[in-house]
Ligand binder design. Structure first.
Ligand code: CP
Ligand code: NVA
Length: 339
């Protein structure tokens, strides 16, 4: 299925007119989970992100979101997600308003549904980081503008899509790549399985039995793999999972807001990414992490700061991918600054 594109934006680059076509089905859409987007829509966002990265590097500015406002509600701290959304809106002529969950009346019991309905009256879209995925869905039901999942305890779709973009930028293609995730079967593990497989990348996962990914997410990932032709394999040990892969990824062993489970850190210790583990992957393999990271816990400092690490490229990718999402979802042809 080809994504339909009837909207086009143009600009001058190196003296020549360039054009990007926007995908009709993305206009006004929420991104609540990794399954919110079809493989074609994902590809459209990755291509838009590549264009936005290139034009930013050439210092070409766009006013495509002039007059648009993004609300940003954060129940947990954030360095990358918040900054990428805010800088992204401003780089395209729009603005963003940060709303710490502690400062909202939600803290005093105003429901998430009422909060969503009210904030929707002021802004054009809302990004929300909220621990409980059921509350994210309540929020989205109450909202009358697009809602973007900025992390829940179950998933982190925009991070995973940015990681797919960083991988494609690094290798120049996603074809025939195999990606290994080691460690906690957490929100990142869930989103990466779905996002990588949805983009045609093979995925290997190694986690301890007691801290593996949610079986329902694994089933959804298997179904998606069957659709895109990618392969999902689950392993018991880190060594088996990384043999011959193109990318090795890990995340923190204790996520934000999670209760400390006795024995968890001990169970996860064998999944730490070491130099020895990296040597089992392909020689040109990359090390990836969504950040923030704990050097010495889930990854050795030599790997995190070594030549194979692309962690800061991943962080930069957040900007380009968030801008691509914002542009595809929020762009309005009636905006006089639209091209
Ligand atoms: N990776 C990520 O989401 O980072 P922040 O928590 O800083 O937003
Ligand atoms: N698993 C981590 C991801 C942070 C971006 C957490 O939820 O804290």
């Amino acid at each position: 299925m080809n994504a339909t594109t009837t909207r086009a934006l143009t600009w001058i680059e190196d003296g020549e007119e360039q054009e990007v076509r926007l995908t009709d089905s993305l206009k006004g859409r929420s991104i609540l989970t990794d399954l919110s987007l079809s493989p074609e829509e994902r590809l459209a966002i990755l291509d838009t992100a590549a264009m936005l990265k290139r034009t930013r590097n050439k210092q070409i500015s766009h006013m495509w979101l002039m007059g648009k406002t993004l609300g940003m509600i954060f129940q947990h701290p954030s360095t990358r997600t918040r900054t990428a959304f805010q800088a992204g809106m401003e780089q395209m002529g729009g603005q963003a308003i940060f709303l710490g969950a502690q400062d909202l009346q939600m803290k005093r019991g105003e429901t998430v549904g009422d909060t969503a309905a009210i904030i929707s009256r002021y802004v054009d879209a809302i990004a929300i980081r909220i621990a409980d995925p059921a509350e994210l869905m309540d929020f989205a039901r109450g909202a009358t503008v697009p809602v973007f999942n900025a992390l829940t305890s179950k998933d982190h779709p925009l991070e995973a899509m940015s990681d797919v973009f960083a991988l494609r930028e690094h290798f120049g293609t996603l074809e025939n790549l195999t990606f290994a995730y080691l460690g906690d079967g957490n929100n990142m593990c869930h989103s990466l399985m779905l996002s990588m497989l949805g983009s045609g990348v093979n995925v290997n996962v190694a986690s301890p039995n007691a801290f593996g990914p949610d079986p329902q997410v694994v089933s959804a990932a298997q179904a998606l793999a069957a659709q895109t032709g990618a392969r999902l394999q689950m392993f018991g040990t880190a060594r088996e999972a990384v043999r011959g892969v193109d990318a090795v990824y890990t995340d923190v062993h204790e996520s934000m807001g999670s209760t400390v489970i006795p024995g968890k850190l001990i169970a996860l210790a064998p999944y730490r990414v070491t130099q020895e583990i990296m040597e089992m992957a392909k020689p040109e393999a990359v090390f990836m992490h969504c950040l923030p990271l704990h050097r010495g816990q889930e990854v050795e400092p030599e790997v995190a700061d070594g030549l194979q690490s692309i962690i800061f490229d991943q962080a930069e990718a957040r900007l380009h991918v968030h801008k691509a999402v914002l542009l595809q979802v929020l762009h309005d042809d009636r905006n006089p600054f639209s091209s």
